[in-house]
Each structure stands twice: as C-alpha cells, then as structure tokens.
Design a protein around this ligand. Structure first.
Ligand code: ARG
Length: 363
C-alpha cells in the first residue's frame, strides 16, 4: 500500500497506540506510563520523538509480521536491526549500506536484516534510497525498445546514466550503483562495491548445457524503496532483506515476459515444440528454470526456500499467531506462489487483506 493512502493518526496518538501494544507484547507494561510522559514531552518540545532501541527493534519486527504480501513471516522475530539513525553524511550512508550487505549475506547463510536510517522529522531531513533494491541489474533499452539486462530497471538505469554512471562494456548483469537523496539536494550516487555482492551462477542437475547459458542471480534481495512506519514515525530509508524463495528468481525474474523472458530459450534448448502451447512447453521450461535456481543456490551454500516449504511455513505462522491471540492478514494473490499454486496449502485458504501498523509502505 502507498503511504499516502493510509489514514494516519496524530503523532501523540500513533505513538501511544504503538507503545502501549509494544510494551504489552514485550511484558514491560509497567514502564508504559513513564515512557509516555517522556514521549509527549519530546513531541511538544521538538515536534517528534525518538524511539528507544527496544521500540525500534520491536517496531521493525512487527512491521515485517504485518507485511501482507510476505510468505516468509514465520521468522519475524529473528530480524536483525542495524541502527544507522546517526548517519548524516554520504560517507556514513555508504558505510552503513556496505555493512548491511556484508552482515546480511554472511557468506551465504543469509540473515534477515534491516538498516534503519534517520527518521523524517519536522525538519524533514531524512534520506531516501532511490534504488528499489540494493542489488539489481541494469536494463539498457535501445531505440527499438528492446532491452539488454533487466527491463524492470530501465527507468532507474536511465537515471543513473543521467547522474553520470556508465559501464564501458554493457552486459545483461551489470550491477547498478547506489543512489540516495537528501531533501532539497541532488541525488548522490556511488558504485556498489562488487566484492560485497554474492552471486550464484546457474547450472542444472542434469542438463550439462545449462551452465553455458551464462545465467546468474544475486544471493540477497534487499528492498530499499519502502518507508517503515512505527508509532507515527516515518523511516524513509530502511532497507531490509530476507532470503529468496526460488520462484521469485526462477519464475518471475528470469521467466516473466516483462523481465528476462527466458522460457522460449530454455524450451528450445530442451527440444520442445514451442508452436504448440498444449504440450506445456512453458510449464516444463518453468520447472527446469526453478530446478536450476534451487539446485544452484543449494550448491553455492546460499539460503533459499522453495515454494512448498514456504507455504508450509506460512501456515505454521498462521497457527503460531492464532495461538498468541492475533489475527493475521495477508494478500492472497501475493502469498500464493507463482507456480504449482494449487499444490501448495496457501492456495486453499482465505485471507483478509487489512493493513495494520507498524508496516512498510510504498512511497
Ligand atoms: N521478488 C523480489 C525479487 O525477486 C524480492 C522481494 C523480497 N523477497 C524476499 N524473499 N524477501 O528480487
């Protein structure tokens, strides 16, 4: 959901609502009254208030728990919080982003992590990251409209080029630079340190020719374009990551017609008749693409879940939340995996798509 679409309470009320429920969940309700006195004082003196480390940590975790589109929420409590609220120079932002990649990647044993930068205060001086993810591949469109690389990144790639970024030789998998912006200033950009980006070359357990396709994907998806809302405070830069579910890469990023569109190539390599939809060449190519992704990430020692396991874990999440007396909300069309949907349990369930805070919002 977009941040402009939610009805936001006045700050003192939003703060109170969050702190009351957070402190109750954390078993520290005895500190609620005194904390509220402090929060109200801060708001009246400065127009805003500063989250304690405990509030920030709990708020970020609950924002994940409330993310209706995420199938991986069983692990919400394990989210690691890197507090970068003090970062106020470009150099410090850069260092914090490097730290995020290094810590989250963890040699392939991915840690779900969020780095939280300065909040948007009454002075508005909070940065925004313009990349939609910290690691993405460039998409170069030519005049005919055909794209080399990731078509979803064409506009952002154009922005990067306008800012002065370029590659001497263009490939399908060029790592885009990081771009961020402080209010009222020109965007700042910096080349992403390639040594911090773990990538997985794709091969296939029984097609030897597969590796020659020269495909790969990055290990960690770090969403960087969403605003984190906690207790009425907006963190406009709060990049966060989990680990991939195979279909995100195999079905969507590599398979979608509007992305790398690899089904026709794979089917042709498999010797399938692509003129006859009824032989299910798209479906067979999809299965092999996904097989290749799961196989290659496992071989490289990079955390990844498959859609069957993820679906089971989501159902488990529903049960644990229910036991805690909480209602879960979800967006069915996003929870249900993009392949073999009806073979996963979540397909057969119904969810209410109600948005509650703390949460992550599109800008
Ligand atoms: N679907 C997005 C991608 O392919 C990533 C979204 C977040 N996914 C995750 N497993 N945390 O890059």
């Amino acid at each position: 959901m977009n941040i402009t679409e939610i009805s936001r309470l006045p700050l003192p009320e939003a703060a109170e609502e969050f702190i009351r429920s957070a402190y109750a969940e954390l078993g520290i309700s005895d500190q609620f009254e005194s904390r509220m006195v402090e929060v109200i004082r801060q708001i009246s003196e400065t127009g805003t208030y500063v989250h304690t480390r405990t509030e920030l940590e709990h708020g970020a975790r609950v924002a994940w728990r409330n993310s209706n589109r995420c199938i991986g929420r069983l692990y919400w409590k394990t989210l690691k919080i890197l507090d970068a609220r003090e970062a106020d120079t470009d150099e410090e932002i850069f260092k914090a982003l490097c730290r995020h990649l290094e810590f989250a990647t963890n040699g392939g044993e991915i840690r779900s992590t969020i780095t939280i930068f300065r909040a948007a205060g009454p002075d508005g001086a909070a940065p925004r990251i313009l990349n939609d993810q910290l690691i993405r591949y460039a998409g170069y469109a030519d005049e005919s409209g055909s794209v080399n690389g990731d078509p979803s990144q064409v506009n952002f790639t154009r922005l990067c080029v306008q800012l002065g970024w370029s590659k001497p030789e263009k490939s399908r998998f060029d790592l885009l630079p990081w771009v961020w912006q402080w209010p009222g200033r020109e965007p700042a950009w910096v080349e992403i340190p390639a040594e911090l980006v773990m990538e997985v070359p794709l091969e296939h357990p029984f097609y030897d020719w597969w590796a020659d396709l020269g495909l790969k994907w990055h290990a960690v998806p770090v969403i960087s374009s969403m605003t984190l809302e906690i207790g009425g405070i907006l963190y406009t830069a709060a990049p966060f990551n989990g680990w991939y579910m195979g279909t995100e890469v195999g079905s969507r990023n590599l398979g979608d017609v509007s992305r790398y569109n690899l089904l026709p190539l794979v089917a042709q390599k498999m010797g399938l008749d692509t003129d006859n939809p009824a032989i299910l060449w798209k479906d067979r190519a999809l299965v092999e693409l996904n097989t290749s992704v799961l196989h290659s990430y496992a071989k490289a020692g990079v955390s990844m879940t498959d859609h069957h396991e993820a679906s089971e874990q989501f159902v488990h999440f529903e049960q644990t939340e229910c036991k805690k007396g909480r209602t879960i909300h979800a967006e069915w069309a996003w929870i249900v995996p993009p392949m073999s949907a009806s073979a996963t349990e979540v397909f057969h369930r119904e969810y209410e798509n109600k948005v509650v805070c703390p949460n992550f919002f599109y800008r």
